[in-house]
Design a protein around this ligand. Structure first.
Ligand SMILES: *Cc1c(COP(=O)(O)O)cnc(C)c1O
Length: 402
């Protein structure tokens, strides 16, 4: 109801600027489970990458998948304010969301846009990646129909093997036509994507960059030079100066997550936290949760927390991952269920309902990183943060002004 106190955005500092995602009038108060995103960390990470690449290379902040789960719009704004010049998304719809929020910066749709999406690419003034004649056709048709030019980045497959023309296709008619300038199309960029830039044991990146340079050189001999040349993701930006060209596409590192083991200089932006919902003291031999996979070995207290796999606490973490309470680590026990997890603490630990619990982030000098979860789950940090559920309300710590 509109008369409820505190309904809507701006009722407290750092509140999710989008307000309730469901738009149903609920202000989200009452659920302790939330993600806090430090936009100051996002800004610091942009500046770190800008410093690595130097002033003559632009940074694209990749905010696909709702900003790797952190919230695309606030992250995009923070990144642009910190000096990023491009935004990268996976789909036309994601780009459209940024435009709806009033963001006017150049946006590249990194995935292939089908003809239906081409309509939205043009309408929202996005730039598109193309790798085949049909894609160029669809965009040219839409650009003509809407009488609005569209920026095109031609993708070359130098070894990733997903999308991209093969280098030998450079001479194809549709490619040459693109270079000459088709009406409605603006040839903006030439790009490739690296498959193993994060792997210290592989030199495949060097091979890919050589293939890409061959293409660039062949074009130069034809008198063609794109405005933007780009190849690097976060890992390549940090590990291969030769991959910078004049634009780098930074995703995971923007969020302060390590693009490869041992990366330095990045600040994690995400805290995932909740509060104890239920406390009980149990005797030895007390079983907990579905499948009764945990039994207490001594008298202890079992805490129930209102967060589960639907919020992104993957079930594979059952009986393996710690949480932080009062700045110390305590183990999750029993199965992670959809909406709840359980944690065991010593019987004498003074914990009451409402006690803050940090699942990812820092508390009292102790820290649990996304990378720790990823290692437990034999996956990568990307999958953890993009898996944080929609019902976890995001709050934002503002970046310092200036
Ligand atoms: C997602 C993506 C990136 C960003 O990669 P990170 O490893 O997250 O830095 C860069 N380029 C393309 C084409 C992508 O799809």
């Amino acid at each position: 109801m509109a008369t409820d106190s505190g309904v809507g955005a701006g009722t407290r500092p750092g509140r999710n600027p989008r307000g309730g995602r469901s738009g149903n009038g609920w202000n989200g108060k009452g659920r302790a489970t939330e993600a806090i995103v430090d936009l100051g960390a996002i800004a610091a990470n942009v500046r770190h990458f800008q410093q690595v690449v130097g002033p003559n290379v632009a940074v694209m902040a990749v905010v696909k998948a709702d900003g790797y789960g952190h919230g695309a719009v606030p992250v995009a704004r923070a990144a642009l304010a910190a000096g990023a010049r491009w935004l990268g998304v996976a789909t036309a719809e994601e780009g459209h969301e940024l435009r709806q929020a009033g963001i006017g910066a150049p946006i590249l749709v990194l995935g292939i846009s089908n003809p239906d999406q081409a309509r939205w690419v043009v309408r929202s003034g996005l730039s598109a990646v193309v790798a085949d004649a049909a894609g160029v056709e669809a965009l040219a048709r839409e650009a003509a129909r809407q009488n609005r030019p569209v920026g095109i980045h031609l993708k070359v497959d130098t070894g990733m093997g997903r999308i991209g023309i093969q280098p030998r296709q450079l001479g194809d008619d549709w490619v040459q036509a693109l270079f000459r300038g088709r009406s409605g199309l603006r040839w903006e960029g030439l790009m490739t994507h690296l498959a193993e830039a994060d792997d210290p044991a592989s030199d495949f990146t060097v091979h890919q960059l050589e293939r890409f340079l061959d293409v660039v050189e062949a074009l130069r001999r034809q008198g063609r030079q794109p405005l933007w040349l780009h190849a690097a993701n976060s890992a390549a930006t940090l590990r291969y100066p030769g991959s910078h060209f004049n634009l780098v596409r930074v995703g995971i590192g923007l969020y302060g997550l390590d693009p490869f083991p041992g990366a330095t200089g990045l600040q994690p932006a995400l805290t995932l936290r909740t509060a104890v919902a239920f406390v009980k003291e149990v005797p030895p031999g007390f079983a907990v949760g579905y499948g009764r996979t945990y039994g207490s070995r001594q008298r202890e207290r079992i805490l129930t927390l209102p967060i589960g796999y639907a919020d992104g606490v993957r079930r594979g973490l059952s009986n393996r991952q710690d949480v932080l309470i009062q700045g110390r680590r305590y183990p999750m026990v029993g199965r992670v269920s959809m909406d709840q997890i359980t944690v065991a603490v010593p019987a004498e630990l003074p914990v009451e309902v409402g006690e803050p619990v940090v699942l990812i982030g820092e508390q009292g000098g102790e820290r649990i990183r996304v990378e720790e979860w990823a290692a437990q789950l034999d996956t990568i940090s990307y999958e953890i943060v993009t898996g944080i559920g929609r019902r976890v309300r995001r709050h934002y710590l503002p970046q310092a002004p200036g």
